[in-house]
Design a protein around this ligand. Sequence first.
Ligand SMILES: Nc1ncnc2c1ncn2[C@@H]1O[C@H](COP(=O)(O)OP(=O)(O)O)[C@@H](O)[C@H]1O
Ligand SMILES: C[C@@](O)(CCOP(=O)(O)O)CC(=O)O
Ligand SMILES: [Mg+2]
Length: 387
Amino acid sequence: MEVKARAPGKIILAGEHAVVHGSTAVAASIGLYTYVSLQVSPSNENDDRLILQLKDTSLEFSWPIGRIKDALSSLGGPFPSTPMSCSSETFNLILAMIEEQNIPEAKTSLASGVSAFLWLYTSILGFKPATVVVTSDLPLGAGLGSSAALCVAFSAALLACSDTVNMDMKQEGWLVFGESELELLNKWAFEGEKIIHGKPSGIDNTVSTYGNMIKFRSGNLTRIKSSMPLKMLITNTKVGRNTKALVAGVSERTLRHSDAMSFVFDAVDSISKELANVIQTPAPDDQSIIAKEEKLEELMEMNQGLLQCMGVSHASIETVLRTTLKYKLVSKLTGAGGGGCVLTLLPTLLSGTIVDKVIAELESCGFQCLIAGIGGNGAEICFSASS
Ligand SMILES: Nc1ncnc2c1ncn2[C@@H]1O[C@H](COP(=O)(O)OP(=O)(O)O)[C@@H](O)[C@H]1O
Ligand SMILES: C[C@@](O)(CCOP(=O)(O)O)CC(=O)O
Ligand SMILES: [Mg+2]
């Protein structure tokens, strides 16, 4: 039996970074997914292995189950129904198992995702031999939440195979978990994100788990229903960056200028709340949609200014802002910044010709543009007889 899981990426419409410090943020899932396929192997005592294939980066890891047991069996896993944090001692044991696999120098940033995998796997499924394959539609490390989608998809596939979650394996097509299972899955995914991000707010794994659009503050989500069509152009500057380092940078700035930064975070909190209200307020006619779009643009512009204040913008992001402004379009970075992706609001009445022109100009700078559906499904799983 093979179980497949998929989990979407996300955009943050307002509030990234500040949300780590307790402010409100607003995020939506996008129609780009990370897929995990998990096939538990029949036991063959001499050669039981856990194999992880990361297709997007052409990497394969293979550990003898005995090696993993030597390192981690004293923790007493599996404990699928009690999400736990990976201690620093355990993290070091996991890192040693990854280092033995000789990741090429250029791909060492992937070690954090592999660590999250080993922690989630052994905690949820224990020491069963299996093959796990990962593929993704998402660019990695670009602000669209690939780390969270990965952790959510891992947790969904693992929980579906564990004894804790009862799913009807005969049902066909993509299946959604029940509310209590979603909560458990989200908690496990958060533990994985902690390994990758250091200090995540939890917004990325939460929106990837539940899908649609959410308002998020201090671990609590409120589901939001948009009353207007929302179309965003996503521009990937292709400048690589690392969320963990950017989040740590904002925390250091906060230590140096705690009073000033607390005003910045308060301002972001107000912007996110107002943005959520604007999105939800009914818009009975075209005029009111236009008025709402103008408010969203102003709020995005203000949020971008505050992200600059936090030190997470980048020359490539500023180029996108300047380029889109030539067409009277407003943009802000999304995710951790420092490069990565930028959102541009595409008003409903904007002509297709202008969209084509702005995309052509952005792509001539070496950026990559995409328009993804906003607010689709969250985590889903699918069972199939293995070939
Ligand atoms: N499909 C994938 N295959 C391998 N690793 C992945 C994948 N998706 C995410 N990762 C892990 O997540 C990291 C990127 O996370 P992060 O810096 O938070 O950026 P973002 O979440 O915005 O994409 C990668 O370096 C890698 O460790
Ligand atoms: C910067 C932050 O707000 C979002 C990070 O998103 P991403 O990993 O860049 O997709 C961090 C967080 O909320 O955990
Ligand atoms: Mg991330």
